[in-house]
Design a protein around this ligand. Structure first.
Ligand code: ATP
Ligand code: SF4
Length: 321
């Protein structure tokens, strides 16, 4: 059995607007190993969520997966019929959204939706399914009887636990978590992150953690992918990214993260704004904001360069010419 669970190659996902084409994910390649947490980081609008939705083939219109491959256990998800894809969603690959209301129906008891999933995917009867839902709730620190509550009766942290219960009940091999803690207070955030850590350690589930807060990444991730304007600009182990960041954008992101720098340091902010993806800058997309920009950077897109084993960067500074 290959160690690589998910292998994405040359993925392009575009939004076709009347004003033009937004290249939200542009030639992205990455691997995710079994049992690893892969953090996908970058500013708002860099294409992280679009990447996550693409894996489940749930990119909303006017978005479209234009080319590339997404191999999951060696099978290209982009070539599967929709019916086969429906069986994979939730059962093999599931998603935890930032906003629980995407998943929780206000007029359904929170356990009910999960019971329906268990009936559809596992053929369970009502009683068996409710029992399993309550077991899973308990394992996530939700009292068993809360399974029969409506969403409005639960706190934000409890709702997010229910969303996680929905994502894990069928024991998927891959969980895509899109900013799962952003809407929560710091203490609840830590509790939710403990749950992900436990899932990884206990069940060897792989997790793609889409996140903008790098301080969370340091605690939880094995590998990190840095996205900028639809491109992967750096990829490495968590140690490589934190102790030896190569891309000027990654360095900027690290300097912007409050919990990573000493309290008395002035918080840095990367100059300028992320580009408009309808009309991105030529050459290196980061060049208008980069203090190390050279002439070539403005004209030619940098190649992806493997600087050390497992550590890749897309920047002209590392090219041998
Ligand atoms: P955020 O953290 O704000 O969600 P992100 O890094 O996840 O940002 P995406 O949400 O994937 O980035 O967005 C990438 C680009 O695609 C942005 O330029 C965004 O405006 C555009 N985009 C995303 N969804 C749509 C949509 N439904 N229609 C049109 N453009 C979209
Ligand atoms: Fe900066 Fe040039 Fe590297 Fe882009 S390619 S990040 S502009 S040095």
């Amino acid at each position: 059995m290959s160690d690589v669970l998910l292998s994405i190659r040359d993925l392009c996902v575009y939004y076709f607007l009347t004003e033009g084409i937004v290249r939200a994910v542009d030639n992205v390649s990455l691997d995710l190993r079994r049992g690893d947490v892969l953090a996908v980081v970058g500013e708002s609008g860099s294409g992280k969520s679009t990447l996550g939705y693409s894996i489940l083939r749930l990119v909303p219109p006017p978005g479209k997966i234009v080319r590339g491959s997404i191999l999951f256990e060696g099978i290209d998800l982009l070539k599967l019929p929709e019916e086969a894809m429906r069986r994979i969603r939730g059962a093999e690959i599931s998603m935890v959204f930032q906003d629980p209301s995407v998943v929780l129906n206000p007029v359904m008891r929170v356990g009910e939706h999960i019971v329906e999933m268990l009936k559809y995917h596992r053929g369970m009867d009502e009683e068996e399914a409710w029992k399993l839902v309550e077991d899973v709730f308990e394992s996530l620190g939700i009292p068993r009887d809360r399974a029969r509550d409506y969403p409005h009766q639960l706190s934000g942290g409890m709702k997010q636990r229910v969303v996680i219960a929905t994502a894990i009940v069928l024991r998927p091999k891959l969980i895509i978590a899109d900013e799962p803690t952003t809407a929560l207070d710091v203490i609840t955030q830590d509790q939710i992150l403990d749950i992900f850590r436990d899932l990884r350690d206990r069940y060897r589930v792989s997790i793609m953690l889409i996140i903008h807060d790098l301080s969370i990444v340091a605690d939880l991730a094995d590998r990190v992918v840095v996205m900028y304007a639809g491109k992967v600009v750096e990829e490495g182990s968590v140690e490589q990214i934190f102790y030896n960041p190569l891309h000027p954008y990654t360095r900027g992101l690290l300097m912007c993260t409050p919990r990573l720098i000493s309290n008395d340091a002035n918080l840095y902010s990367i100059p300028g704004e992320p580009p408009d993806l309808l009309n991105p800058p030529p050459g290196c997309r980061f060049h208008p904001r980069c203090g190390l920009c050279m002439d070539t950077c403005k004209k030619e897109e940098p190649p992806m360069i493997e600087v050390e084993p497992g550590h890749r960067v897309m920047c002209w500074l590392y090219a041998k010419r």
